[in-house]
Every structure is written in C-alpha cells, then in structure tokens.
Design a protein. Structure first.
Length: 107
C-alpha cells in the first residue's frame, strides 16, 4: 500500500540525486521506504523546530501513514541533507534577511 507523502513543489535535491530519476525516487519513498537508502528533509511538525532530517526508512513507521511529512528535500546521505539545509538557510537570508525557514518555504 502506497503512503501519502506531500512534496514541496520546488523540491531540493542533493548533488548526487538526478532530477531525471525524481519520479522513481518519489515512488520508492511512497511504496518501499524500508528499502530506501535516501535521506529526506522535512518541515518540522514541532512548532519549536523548523526542519528535520531523517533516514527515509523511518517513513515505514505507522506514525507517518497517519501524519505524512511535508518533504522539501531528498538527499543521498546525511551530509548531503545538511548541505541542503545550508543552501536553504543561505537563500532565506538572502531573500528575507532572516532565518524564518518555514515562512520562506511556504510563501
């Protein structure tokens, strides 16, 4: 059974993620997250935090069926996911002059 996942329209991709394979990767995350070696960058559901990075395998947990994350980035590994966060922070500071990442990404 496929999971319902929400993807940011301007999805950020790690350097080693090919845009040509994006549809395949999204299907993999929805149908077989346990087999995935990817990392996802999501908006935090905790109001005290802004973003979260975690292994895509966690999407197989029942919690994420009930509360699907809003995925804003896909990376091949943890370091690549951290680089995406750095990129988003730099963009946000350049555009807004602050680090209100949720507001920046949702506007």
């Amino acid at each position: 059974m496929e999971r319902k996942l929400n993807f940011y329209p301007g999805l950020y991709l790690g350097e080693s993620i090919s845009p040509d394979k994006l549809d395949k990767l999204k299907r993999e995350l929805k149908s077989k997250p346990l087999l995935s070696s990817l990392y996802v960058l999501t908006l935090s559901q905790n109001p005290s935090n802004q973003l979260e990075i975690y292994a895509a395998r966690l999407l197989a947990q029942p919690y994420y069926r009930k509360y699907p994350p809003y995925i804003i980035g896909i990376a091949a590994d943890y370091d690549e996911a951290v680089s995406l966060v750095e990129q988003i922070v730099q963009e946000c500071i350049r555009e807004r002059g602050d680090c209100a990442l949720k507001e920046y990404l949702l506007c």
